[in-house]
Design a protein around this ligand. Structure first.
Ligand SMILES: [Zn+2]
Length: 70
C-alpha cells in the first residue's frame, strides 16, 4: 500500500487556491473549468493531487499537479 501524505491546500496563496478551484476537468460532465468545492490536497507516490467535488454535478474531480505547478 502506498502512503497518502496530507498537504494543506489552504496554506497556498489565495489567488493560487482560486485558480485551482476554477481550473478543473470533470470526467462526469466532460467539461473543463466547471470549478470544484471542498478541496483536499495530498501527495501520493511523489505526485500532488487536489481533490474536490465538481460544482456542476457533485462528482469527485481530481487535479494532478505536474512538477512545474508546485
Ligand atoms: Zn461534473
Amino acid at each position: 500500500m502506498s502512503e497518502r501524505i496530507e498537504r494543506d491546500f489552504h496554506a497556498r496563496d489565495p489567488d493560487e487556491q482560486q485558480a485551482f478551484l476554477n481550473q478543473t476537468w470533470c470526467d462526469h460532465c466532460q467539461q473543463v473549468d466547471l470549478g470544484m468545492t471542498d478541496p483536499v490536497e495530498y501527495e501520493l507516490k511523489g505526485i500532488v493531487y487536489i481533490e474536490g467535488r465538481c460544482k456542476g454535478c457533485g462528482e469527485p474531480v481530481i487535479t494532478e499537479l505536474t512538477d512545474e505547478e508546485f
